[in-house]
Design a protein around this ligand. Sequence first.
Ligand SMILES: Nc1ncnc2c1ncn2[C@@H]1O[C@H](COP(=O)(O)OP(=O)(O)OP(=O)(O)O)[C@@H](O)[C@H]1O
Length: 233
Amino acid sequence: MSNFNLLPAVKIKDVTKIYKNQKEEEAALKSVYLEIWPGEFVTVQGPSGAGKTTLLNIIAGFERPTRGEVEVFGINVSSLKGKKLADFRYSYIGFVFQQFHLIPSLTVIENVIIPVLPRRTEFNKYEKARLLLKEVGLLSKENSLPGELSGGEQQRVAIARALISNPRIILADEPTGNLDTSTGEKIIEILKFINREYKTTIIIVTHNEEIAKKSPTKVFMKDGRILEVLRNA
Ligand SMILES: Nc1ncnc2c1ncn2[C@@H]1O[C@H](COP(=O)(O)OP(=O)(O)OP(=O)(O)O)[C@@H](O)[C@H]1O
């Protein structure tokens, strides 16, 4: 039997991240410990410069910790390089950015299949993309270009793109930061639906108090440290 579900989705052990800016050294994370369990829905809050983005980047393997270890479902992310790192990210991580980052010259459906294009998949890429576009309510726009969509619609395309490889974790860095309140709420509803439906672990960095208030797990950061983790009983 697999012990997949017994492993934390994310285990951060004594992680310090130091950036060297010319002569100065800046510790973006200072001896951070954190465990997130499979299927958790987590928000990360804290003032600007608290280290929230750095935390997500380290989980995704975009950045390496200066000290300490990051495990994702038991995989030591900081030890991976090159193809192994790319394969890890493909299988485990979907990333949603504040600025959507869609390719303007490609249609909606083409943007969604980009991550799986160079890969052999057991599913039909276009069928899967259509299913995901249906789930985010955008099937009717599959042949539109991103520039023809509203901000909220573009973020929904970005969510479908993040989901196409069936990742175990979605990391979202201020996914509603560029959207008005009600559009932002819809994006969060979609992420909650994905969390319920597929048991995908979701970690969202947000400045939005309303979103964080309703989150079952809340992580509070300040000055590169985790101040508190609150889990609803
Ligand atoms: N690539 C980098 N090079 C140098 N310093 C960096 C880099 N990325 C982040 N930092 C520094 O690390 C600290 C933490 O940054 P980070 O972006 O993680 O904070 P944040 O909590 O996400 O802030 P915000 O809410 O403003 O996005 C900041 O002081 C920042 O200046």
